[in-house]
Write a protein that binds this ligand. Structure first.
Ligand code: SF4
Length: 202
C-alpha cells in the first residue's frame, strides 16, 4: 500500500482555524476532486512521491523536532487517500491528526480533528457534501457565499468553531470587508485569517 504525497514539511505553524498558531508538521497529499478557481495550493501529482505508511511516519518523526506530535493532514483532498493503515500508523507514533477536507468524502478512518471547508460552488458531476462529524467549519468567502449559504452550513455542521475566511484572490480587500460585515451579522462565525501568510511560513 502506498500513498501519493506531494510534500511533508515542518516544523511550522498551523495558520488557519481554531488551532491557528499551534506548532505542527504538515502532510500534504497529491490530487483533489475539485478544481476551485482560487485554489492557492499545488497538489498536482507532478513531483509527488509514492510512500508507504512507514515511510510517512518516519519522515513526520524526523520533521517533528519539537515533538509537537500534531500533524496537519491536507492536500489536495486528503480524504481521497486517507485510510486505516495510515491513520493507525500515525496514531501509533503518537501524532494527533488534524485533517482539512472539502467535505465531499466520508473518511475511511478517524482523525483527531476534522476541518470541513465546503466549496459547493465548484462541485461537478457526483460531488456533493456528505455528512461527516466536523470539528470545525471554515468557509472561504468569495462572491458566492451569502447569508443563505451560512444558514445551510450552520444546519449541516453543528460545531462550536465556525470561521469565515476572506478569499485570497486579487479582490482580497473586498472579500475581507464583506467577511467582516458577515461576521458582524452572524456572531456564531468568527473571522479567520491565514496566519502563515502573515508571518511568511509555508
Ligand atoms: S478543494 Fe481545496 S485543494 Fe481542492 S481545488 Fe479546492 S481549494 Fe484547492
Amino acid at each position: 500500500m502506498s500513498y501519493l504525497i506531494k510534500e511533508m514539511f515542518g516544523p511550522t505553524i498551523q495558520g488557519e482555524g481554531a488551532h491557528a498558531g499551534s506548532a505542527c508538521v504538515f502532510l500534504r497529499f497529491a490530487a483533489c476532486n475539485l478544481a476551485c478557481t482560487w485554489c492557492d495550493t499545488d497538489f498536482r501529482p507532478e513531483g509527488a512521491a509514492k510512500l508507504s505508511a512507514d515511510d510517512i511516519v518516519a519522515k513526520l518523526i524526523e520533521l517533528d523536532i519539537h515533538r509537537t506530535r500534531m500533524v496537519v493532514v491536507t492536500g489536495g483532498e486528503p480524504a481521497l487517500q486517507w485510510d486505516a493503515p495510515l491513520a493507525d500508523a500515525i496514531k501509533a507514533a503518537g501524532f494527533r491528526a488534524h485533517m482539512e477536507s472539502n467535505g465531499t468524502r466520508v473518511l475511511k478512518a478517524p482523525v483527531d480533528w476534522l476541518t470541513i471547508s465546503p466549496k459547493p460552488q465548484f462541485h461537478e458531476g457526483n460531488d456533493t457534501l456528505v455528512d461527516v462529524p466536523a470539528s470545525e467549519c471554515k468557509v472561504v468567502v468569495d462572491d458566492t457565499v451569502d447569508d443563505d449559504a451560512l444558514a445551510a452550513y450552520e444546519a449541516r455542521y453543528d460545531c462550536a468553531d465556525m470561521f469565515l475566511q476572506p478569499c485570497a484572490d486579487d479582490r482580497y480587500e473586498q472579500h475581507l470587508q464583506r467577511t467582516i460585515d458577515m461576521v458582524g451579522r452572524h456572531p456564531r462565525w468568527r473571522l479567520g485569517v491565514q496566519l502563515h501568510k502573515i508571518i511568511d511560513v509555508p
